[in-house]
Design a protein around this ligand. Sequence first.
Ligand code: CUK
Ligand code: CUA
Length: 621
Amino acid sequence: MKKQLIPVLAGLLAGVLVATLFFAEFTTYGPYSTAGVNSAAEKVYVPLGEHDDYYLIASGGHSGQLYVYGIPSMRRIRTVPVFTPDPATGYGFNQKTKEMLGGYTWGDFHHPALSLTEGEYDGKWLFATDVANNRIAVLDLKTFMVKDMLKVPNTGGPHCSAFVTENTEYIFLPTRFSVPFGHEYASLDDYEKKFKGVMSAVTFDEETQKLELAYQVALPPYSYDVADTGKGISADWAVITTYNTELATTDLEINASQFDRDYLVLFNWRELEKKIEQGEYDLIDGIKVIDPLKHKGGIYLVPAAKSPHGVDVTPDGKYFISSGKLAPLLTVFSFEKAFEAIEKEKFVDEKFGIPVLDYESVMVREVNPENALGPLHTTFDDQGYAYSSMFISSEVIKWNYETGEVVDRVDVHYSPGHLVAAEGDTKSPKGEWLVSLNKMAKDNFLSVGPSHPESMQLIDISGDKMEVVLTVPVDPEPHYAQIISADKINPIHVFEKDEGRPNSVWRQEDARIERKGNEVHVYGIAMRSKYIFDANAKRKDVIEVEEGDRVFIHLTNIDLDQDITHGLGISDYDLTMEIQPGETVTLEFTADKAGTYPLYCTNFCSALHQEMKGYLLVKPK
Ligand code: CUK
Ligand code: CUA
């Protein structure tokens, strides 16, 4: 995108340079000087017709949706529905998506996970998990649509995930809240005995495009937080944080913050896979469950600084870094040292059948930047630097994870949760840009009342010094985000014309309405700028049914042109659908209210869009 800009930029920069030199004598330039503002604006400017260099794929938190942004412009491109119905796209209103959502009307999406091939983003799939209602979804990045969704049993909020292994063999979902198996009633007095912190291993089959629960691990009822998978030498391993080794069941604020150390769970998923192959598991309600008390091996605990929140594996796969939320410490642990300790069985304790490794024998260094408080998450660039968010002191710290040296700090506004660098969680991060996902905006934007938006700040990390170049508001509430090179994602422009597709109609003369008992099937067409529900009727754009009929409207958009999307909204029936170019969508409902109901195209599609309308007539019994 920068090609055409270079001469303009060069001119501007020269101007700025001269001005800076000239005024330097008289003016103190703060971080928000005019010069800084100009060059910051240039860095993020993407002219009309040009595209951003990266996609920012951000979770939409308790909106249940996915937010897609462009970098460097930070323009919000699209809200993609995942766990929550969305009238704008008809998601959750039509038959297929309604079934997928399983009756839920909200979700809480924290961590997007792009599919990996050899530890690099391959731009094919995106996994999402729902902390609220225990679902996992997979989106096809050719269409940015949800392909499949799976309800995961025995878990209470798959928070820390999804995180995928180096070749997307598994998507792991550790649970935030521990619950008894089958969500059975149990007194909290029996917490230690009956509650489990179940971690689920899910697979995705590219052929059938289906998610499947491979097995679960009944971990102790610690509360689990965030997780990451290994890379390279640690590719067979994964690590999860816990913050309630105290096993508190009430007032967690106090009771889960007593110990100076909580645990990281380190596990070898290849070994767990082997256990499953060799039949070392219990079958509970048809699910293969590994119980560490009985099926020993492959899982270890590593003590870490108080209530660790994030844990992140370095791009070279050598270290995992945990952030002690309640201790101002970033701790670097070595996989190699952990492997050694495991080999020599240097265990200091055992908890719920899981060996505990000696802290000193795995830890490499503790990094404690002066006055930095509330470390949460870490991301990486291409130069061996780690970037960590400090929730309490509201800053990003850049440090060298091989030496522990802190090389730069920058204020963010305010209270960053996650932060993400371009392809920062792959084997080869790109550097260049970092986004800080801030929980508080305070007075950064025009006020819209007591509830403020969150904010995201774009930080240029291409030089020695980090530079905040843009702040944008964002709806609640992105937790994690990933940044992927735009050239890795190649969405289709229209759905392919497929005459064999069930319920599709491609020729106007084939549009028809068929009755089967009390079922009425409309095989219709949406095109610029009309509906054809029944080619042979006096009025082709009218659907007439009887009260109590089960109605199926199968609509095919036969406009195979880029960006010609049609909609269908039915007044007072609380129904809406979207049909993208070349797509066939089915809307299913019971005509339980007799009367006359206008229906119309909701998506602007041509100058005659307003004329694209008809009626649903429901004859009384
Ligand atoms: S979490 Cu929200 S700031 Cu769900 Cu990854 Cu850390
Ligand atoms: Cu079709 Cu508007």
